[in-house]
Design a protein around this ligand. Structure first.
Ligand code: Z5A
Length: 210
């Protein structure tokens, strides 16, 4: 594939959306064709799955394995319908969350079987992994406080306990330690501008933009 697949990961409120926008503007200013997408919700079907997954509804509980399968279904559709075709056209695809979110949230957070998660990730992705994954590392409390300040209602996963979010954070730390060539940590507690500058440096080095 000719394009580049760049994923942004981290706990709630770590700044993925903000940084993806800044990166898209910067890459476009260099004449690079950019696509912004996300999981869950990067396709029309995915939008419906995202609503089912994230809405907080007392009368529509989702058991943990069902949740895992829905994220896998969203990913399989996303890879086939969006990611692979866009990459084949030489686009730079910036994606908000991918396989590491499932390992961190459903694996570390929920405690589901890691072998099952890896199997489902392999089936859903058909082997597509990122060229680079930016992990925006912020304390759980900082991220959640940013979200609350933004005054948006908290969704199903955001309403989980602090202990859950800490397990997710540990998941990201372990993933970054075990895949240092693919997952690059950036201190997400810096100002937006400084975080963006660090990401530019990483792109220049790893994607040979400079
Ligand atoms: N999930 C899962 O469980 N399993 C999976 O396999 C996948 C997903 C794929 C939806 O994700 C949920 O799906 C997610 C995990 C689960 N859990 N939840 N909930 P999401 O990415 O759509 O939702 P999110 O994690 O809550 O992200 P977000 O709300 O989009 O936040 P963000 O993109 O990381 O941050 P932001 O929107 O750029 O910034 C949030 C606020 O902070 C905003 O007011 C900014 O202005 C502010 N901000 C951003 N950066 C800074 C800095 N550097 N300083 C100060 N303030 C800042």
């Amino acid at each position: 594939m000719d394009g580049k697949f760049i994923v942004f990961e981290g706990v709630e409120g770590c700044g993925k959306t903000s940084q993806m926008q800044l990166c898209a503007e910067w890459l476009q200013s260099l004449g690079i064709s950019v696509v912004l997408t996300r999981e869950p919700g990067g396709t029309a079907l995915g939008v419906d799955l995202r609503r089912l997954l994230l809405e907080k509804s007392e009368d529509k509980p989702i058991c943990e394995v069902t949740e895992l399968l829905l994220y896998a279904a969203d990913r399989a559709q996303h890879v086939a319908q969006e990611l692979k075709p866009q990459l084949a056209q030489g686009k730079y695809v910036l994606c908000d969350r991918y396989i590491d979110s499932t390992i961190a949230y459903q694996g570390y957070g929920r405690g589901l079987d890691m072998n099952l998660i890896h199997q489902l990730n392999n089936i859903a992705t058909g082997g597509l992994i990122s060229d680079i994954t930016i992990w925006l590392d912020v304390d759980v409390e900082v991220g959640l406080a940013r979200k609350r300040k933004g005054n948006v209602g908290l969704d199903r996963i955001e309403q989980e306990t602090i202990a859950f979010h800490r397990r997710v954070q540990k998941g990201y730390a372990d993933l970054a330690a075990s895949s240092p060539a693919r997952i690059i940590r950036v201190d997400g507690s810096l100002s937006k501008e400084n975080v963006h500058q660090k990401i530019q440096e990483i792109f220049n080095l790893h994607l040979k933009l400079g």
